[in-house]
Ligand binder design. Structure first.
Ligand SMILES: NC(=O)c1ccc[n+]([C@@H]2O[C@H](COP(=O)([O-])OP(=O)(O)OC[C@H]3O[C@@H](n4cnc5c(N)ncnc54)[C@H](O)[C@@H]3O)[C@@H](O)[C@H]2O)c1
Length: 258
């Protein structure tokens, strides 16, 4: 049984990318807990199915579908939204959470990781771009929609050897703000969540020293948890956030303040 409180998502269907990941799974659980039906997307089919089964058994009234998709493949991404519409209740999607991402360092001196630039742009930005366009078109027919794009603190602060990742995350900000303006009168909000350093498998590429440094210097005294990000996303997916659009919610324990 779901547990509706301030935020109620009964009757809404949410499409979440990167749903097999840490933040994606926490977000899927949150949205199901508030009553939403889910369409979960990831490249990792086995993990996606496992998460879907777990959510179905926890929230027995929730309809959960999955779509396995490689977001680095433009042709797959272009078909993704219409596939999701076919699976959705009444063929209607109300919420899109663009959460999938790939974080790697690039070494411009040796060029060993040069191709990551293209991959980062495809997965972290172009897929979001294509899905946002499709979602806005679809949601404008219903005069309602919530789109949350997961950016990063890196879009603001940059990072040595993280040029490709940070550039791809910065691009999301411009996309979100522009579409927010374009669709403001059609009941659709578009916002970003910019996580700080969140304790998920994604940050395993950081050295133990770097993690310790962050733990010691983050004002609230700890790394972020996937749930911290999921909570921010959930609010921006709600009807109650209707006057917030084109904004960035920084969820970073006070690391940087804007
Ligand atoms: N963890 C952090 O510190 C942090 C900080 C800032 C931003 N973020 C962002 O938060 C989001 C979620 O990250 P996370 O920490 O949960 O990481 P995660 O690695 O646990 O999840 C990322 C998910 O994206 C999926 N994915 C990657 N490439 C894909 C592809 N080609 N097609 C389909 N799916 C693909 C992965 O399979 C994975 O399930 C990402 O966009 C990330 O950039 C994370």
């Amino acid at each position: 049984m779901s547990n509706c409180s301030f935020i109620c998502l009964h009757g809404k269907t949410a499409l979440i990318t990167g749903a097999a990941g840490a933040i994606g799974t926490a977000t899927a659980n949150n949205l199901a807990n508030q009553g939403a039906d889910l369409i979960l997307v990831d490249i990792r089919e086995k993990e996606l199915k496992e998460i879907s089964e777990k959510i179905k058994s926890t929230y027995s009234n929730t309809k959960v579908d999955t779509i396995c998709c490689d977001l680095s493949k433009e042709e797959e991404v272009k078909k993704l939204f219409s596939k999701a519409i076919e699976k959705a209740n009444n063929n209607k999607i109300d919420i899109l959470v663009n959460n999938a991402g790939l974080f790697k360092d690039d070494d411009w001196n040796t060029g060993t990781n040069e191709s990551y630039f293209h991959l980062a742009m495809k997965i972290n930005f172009e897929a979001q771009f294509i899905l946002c366009q499709a979602a806005c078109k679809h949601m404008s027919q219903n005069n309602y929609g919530r789109i949350v794009n997961v950016a990063s603190i890196g879009a603001y602060c940059g990072g040595i050897k993280y040029c490709s990742y940070c550039a791809s995350k910065s691009a999301i900000l411009g996309l979100t703000k522009s579409l927010a303006l374009e669709y403001a009168k059609q009941g659709i909000t578009l916002n970003c969540v910019a996580p700080g350093i969140i304790d998920t498998p994604m940050i395993n590429i950081l050295s133990p020293e770097a993690k310790k440094h962050f733990e010691n210097t983050i004002p609230v005294g700890r790394l972020g948890k996937p749930q911290d990000i999921a909570n921010a996303i959930t609010f921006l997916c709600s009807k109650e956030s209707e006057y917030i659009t084109g904004s960035v919610m920084h969820v970073n324990g006070g690391m940087v303040m804007y």
